[in-house]
Design a binder for this molecule. Structure first.
Ligand SMILES: Cc1ncc(COP(=O)(O)O)c(C=O)c1O
Length: 424
């Protein structure tokens, strides 16, 4: 499939130059069609009904889970928890690191040993490059368990390197949380090398990856990364709808991990005094109540669609657009570009910039009203980073142009000309 073919499935591309894919990506029509089919042909709740369309709804949802686990994350389906978004995935893990797993065992109803034994010396480490959704859950957890909360500053180009982690991790570090790629600097990181560094400094330290800007944009195999947890949003790179996302948890941890909520759908048995959580599909212990059936069906269809393109081609195309934009704007007087400007090795499909004398939101408004170019402006939910870059007072953050496979070089050219006009 070529970018031009994909555009036929995205009517919004006829009207706008949509460059806000890091916030959410438009949903291709075959993915929407899969949800219409559910509403029109087999609209029933899952896992509870004996009749035929209920069985079909359950089968389609099961197949969607398989598709996402196998063809997006490359893990076992029992290691994939379906979530509302990346934010919920991080909060599930933070909850489980604070609460012990309670269940009925052959020896009675009791707590399992905690995933982490917290002491006042314990440390939780993250970075100043993170989105608030990969920052606040850990800051709050540290406060709740009385652990130390530590942060690593990135380079001013938005890079994280193994050395930074080698210096920061010690025997007291219980959790390290960092991102696959940055939504505010457009950089990606050498995740396997960083994880090897962390684990060699402290083999029992858990590693959580925020893959909101990785999944669907970059080749991904959570096992090869070596992480304990990988979280993502379904509505960004993977081309699914808002309200979808996921969490990979290494099997051994997932078995002992406390679900955030309990209720219908998560148990094998319930008595007047206790319950036993289901062990047939352990990852569904996080699906208390009716799951987001439509979202699951759509995300499964979206992953299929994405794999018709091939995520390697998505990554290569986005890099091509990024390089073209950077070459077109880096030397324009009055334009400040954030992140690497020439070396594409650690760059993904997002470019952030400011124009001297302009508040970032005004640039974004002008691009929309004069050229129908849709970009995002502001702090991008990365206030600690924006403080580090010192861009809040002068620009109120920065402007971000972010791509997916259907975006065209000609669209980037329009943006380059628009920026030249505004900066003149
Ligand atoms: C790097 C990063 N992490 C986390 C998130 C949170 O994603 P969501 O709002 O889908 O939970 C975002 C959203 O933009 C992001 O870019």
């Amino acid at each position: 499939m070529k970018p031009e073919d994909m555009r036929r499935d995205l009517p919004i591309t006829q009207q706008y130059i949509y460059f806000d894919n890091a916030a959410t990506t438009p949903v291709p029509s075959p993915v929407i069609d899969a949800t219409i089919e559910y509403f029109e042909e087999y609209c029933a709740n899952v896992e509870r009904g004996a009749y035929s369309i209920a069985a079909k709804a359950s089968d389609v949802c099961d197949a969607a889970r398989e598709e996402i686990a196998t063809n997006l994350l490359h893990c076992d389906v029992e290691e994939f928890i379906f979530t509302r978004n990346q934010t919920q995935a991080a909060n599930h893990v933070a909850y489980a690191l604070e609460h012990q797993f309670l269940n009925r065992w052959s020896t009675g109803f009791k707590f399992a040993p905690p995933l982490v034994k917290w002491t006042t010396e314990s440390k939780i480490l993250t970075t100043l490059l993170e989105h608030h959704s990969n920052f606040l859950p850990w800051m709050r957890l540290a406060k709740h368990v009385n652990a130390q909360f530590q942060t690593i500053p990135p380079t001013m180009e938005g890079r994280l390197t193994p050395d930074m982690f080698a210096e920061a991790v010690d025997e007291h570090t219980k959790l390290v949380a960092f991102q696959h790629a940055s939504n505010a600097m457009g950089t990606k990181h050498d995740v396997p090398a960083i994880i090897r560094t962390i684990k060699s400094a402290n083999p029992s330290c858990l590693v959580f990856i925020d893959g909101a800007q990785g999944a669907g944009h970059l080749p991904l195999n959570v096992k090869a990364l070596g992480c304990d947890f990988y979280s993502f949003s379904g509505h960004k790179g993977p081309l699914g709808p808002p309200g979808t996302g996921g969490l990979y948890v290494r099997d051994e941890l997932l078995r002992r991990m406390a679900p955030t909520e309990v209720g219908g759908g998560v148990i094998a048995t319930v008595t007047a005094d206790d319950y036993m959580l289901r062990s047939d599909h352990r990852a569904r212990r996080w699906d208390a109540g009716t799951p987001n059936i439509i979202g699951l069906i759509a995300l499964g269809a979206a992953v299929k669609y994405l794999n018709r393109i091939g995520v390697e081609r998505v990554a290569a195309h986005e890099q091509k657009l990024t390089k073209h934009l950077l070459e077109g704007i880096r030397d324009i007087p009055n334009v400040i570009v954030y992140g690497p400007k020439e070396d594409m090795t650690w760059k993904v499909g997002a470019v952030c910039f400011n124009i001297n004398g302009w508040i970032s939101h005004d640039v974004s408004l002008a691009l929309d009203s004069q050229w129908k170019i849709l970009t995002r402006a502001g702090h991008h939910c990365c206030q600690p980073l924006m403080r580090l870059l010192a861009v809040l007072d002068q620009y109120n953050g920065n402007v971000r142009s972010s791509f997916h496979y259907y975006n065209l070089i000609e669209e980037v050219d329009t943006l380059i000309e628009a920026i030249k006009t505004l900066a003149a």
